[in-house]
Design a protein around this ligand. Structure first.
Ligand code: SAM
Length: 230
């Protein structure tokens, strides 16, 4: 059984899309969607040897080698331009996800949907999408095993559409759809963040004052103001 997190990613892969799952680890996601019949074929990309071997084994074990190709390589270098319709990147930090997209830009031509699940730092992903002509079409937030995950779904379009009538900076940090929904999980996540920021701020107040601590304090105060406003 797939985790709720990967299941939520899977549910946002369009029916019939050719898929590339980048940073696939055990290739659980491509195996699941191919078996389910959601996608006709998939590529599982992995940069690290251990996870690459796990992916190969899993695909073999599930008898899916005719439908899933496991490729070793950095980010989007494992796909050819025009080869896939949908790319999933899950379970990494937002900065890493955006750097994979940035480095692989030339491979995104012809890709119609991105399903991205940053574990932390989703703002970096939203920023990249805006800067590169991708429109956020929906977002999800969920809690599993005590951890909170966000899923960002984007298609080529008008990047600022999603931020209509929302302060852009707030939207990028909190997620425009998540901010409008204000689900219980969303509130829980940001209450915990606020508590954490307040704790760090308190520590900084007791620490030596220099440019660095001043800068950090300013940044935290700004985030706290944003959270309050939101
Ligand atoms: N996507 C799976 C999931 O969500 O359960 C696995 C997540 S795992 C924590 C992250 C995987 O991404 C690791 O197996 C790591 O080797 C891989 N990875 C990290 N950077 C990568 C890159 N630049 N290109 C391809 N894979 C990468």
């Amino acid at each position: 059984k797939l985790s709720d997190r990967l299941n939520a990613v899977a549910n946002n892969i369009p029916e019939g899309a050719r898929l590339a799952d980048i940073g696939s680890d055990h290739a659980y996601l491509p195996c699941y969607v191919v078996k389910k019949g959601t996608v006709p074929k998939a590529i599982a990309g992995e940069v690290a040897n251990g996870p690459f071997q796990s992916a190969l084994e899993q695909v073999k074990e599930e008898d899916l080698t005719d439908w899933i190709t496991v490729r070793k390589g950095d980010g989007l270098e494992v796909i050819e331009p025009g080869e896939v319709d949908c790319i999933t990147i899950a379970g990494m930090g937002g900065t890493l996800i955006s750097s994979i997209l940035e480095k692989g830009k030339s491979k995104l031509e012809g890709v119609s949907r991105l399903v991205l699940q940053p574990n932390v730092g989703s703002f970096a992903v939203r920023r990249w999408l805006i800067d590169n002509g991708w429109e956020l079409i929906s977002e999800e937030i969920l809690k599993e095993d005590g951890k909170i995950y966000e899923i960002l779904i984007a298609e080529k379009g008008e990047p600022l559409n999603a931020y209509h009538e929302i302060n852009l900076e707030n939207g990028i940090l909190f997620g425009p759809f998540l901010l409008r929904d204000r689900s219980a999980v969303f509130i829980e996540k940001w209450n915990a963040e606020v508590k954490n920021w307040q704790r760090i701020l308190k520590q900084l107040d007791g620490a030596v004052q220099n440019d660095e601590t001043d800068g950090k304090r300013k940044e935290l105060k700004k985030k706290l103001e944003m959270a309050e406003e939101a």
